[in-house]
Design a protein around this ligand. Structure first.
Ligand code: NDP
Length: 246
């Protein structure tokens, strides 16, 4: 499709997994796309290759989303190279198991720095420059609403936090027609959560559809929220989880 023809998009953490699928989908639908990544330059280049193969402009910027100054600089640089911004997708995220008796506030700080701090710093940098009528989409998690198993408190709290940010920003940015929403995936087959990983059998047993999600299935919903068709949706969360939360 060409529904994003002339649109400019940023996807944080676009080198692998869900973010790579989102970047490719937005490009396939006509957008120029800049991605950020933490360290995997080879994978970032593969995503940019797919964007340019779709006939769109692609850029990759290395930046640690957990460092607010670096994240703000990367978003600014991405907007400069794109020549504007219409769609900002906050996807970069980290996952760690940390139960309450593992008294390690370092885990909490690592998770919150990337999953919440990166989203805050990126939106703050983008808000003055994103076009009216634009979109901000955050990849949260169904763990923002439900814990499902022990050890998910810090990760779940980080994903609950971004849903709170989205509700607030939806009101802040509504006068400019900028819509802010959260996509909350269930288990999706990526390096973070491989469908053949140690914990996968336990997860799959919780999924009514009986399988992991595919990155493309998260990308499809993200692209829908970025599109004109989602023009009356803001400040909410959408579960894409094969029924786990049902
Ligand atoms: P992956 O671990 O497969 O990929 C993570 C991506 O984010 C990579 O591109 C990575 O870059 C980038 N990234 C990680 N940390 C940073 C950082 N500090 N700064 C910049 N970029 C960073 O993860 P997924 O694709 O599985 O997850 C994407 C999002 O979806 C996350 O927010 C995650 O919490 C969420 N999610 C995932 C689920 C799943 O089951 N997979 C379920 C629910 C939510 P690099 O390649 O350079 O390392």
């Amino acid at each position: 499709s060409t529904r994003f023809e002339g649109k400019k998009a940023i996807v944080t953490g676009g080198s692998r997994g869900i973010g790579a699928a989102i970047a490719k989908r937005l490009a396939a639908d006509g957008a120029d796309v800049a991605i950020t990544y933490a360290g995997n330059q080879e994978a970032a280049n593969v995503t940019v290759g797919a964007i340019t193969a779709a006939g769109r402009r692609g850029h990759a910027i290395q930046a640690n989303a957990g460092d607010p100054a670096a994240q703000a600089a990367a978003i600014g640089q991405a907007i400069d190279s794109l020549g504007g911004l219409d769609i900002l997708v906050h996807n970069a995220g980290v996952f760690e198991i940390a139960a309450v008796d593992q008294t390690d506030s370092a885990a909490f700080e690592r998770i919150f720095a990337v999953n919440v701090g990166g989203v805050q710093a990126g939106t703050a940098a983008a808000a003055p420059r994103i076009n009216d009528g634009g979109r901000i989409i955050i990849i949260g998690s169904i763990n923002g609403d439900r814990a499902f198993m022990p050890g998910l408190a810090p990760y779940g709290a980080s994903k609950a936090a971004v849903a709170g940010l989205a509700r607030g920003w939806a009101r802040d940015l509504a006068p400019r027609g900028i819509l802010v929403n959260v996509v909350q995936p269930g288990p999706v087959d990526t390096d973070m959560n491989p469908a053949d990983g140690a914990i996968a059998e336990q997860f799959t047993a919780m999924i009514p559809l009986g399988r992991y999600g595919r990155t493309e299935e998260i990308a499809a919903v993200t692209a829908f929220l970025a599109s004109d068709e989602a023009s009356f949706i803001t400040g909410t969360t959408i579960d894409v989880d094969g029924g786990v939360s049902a």
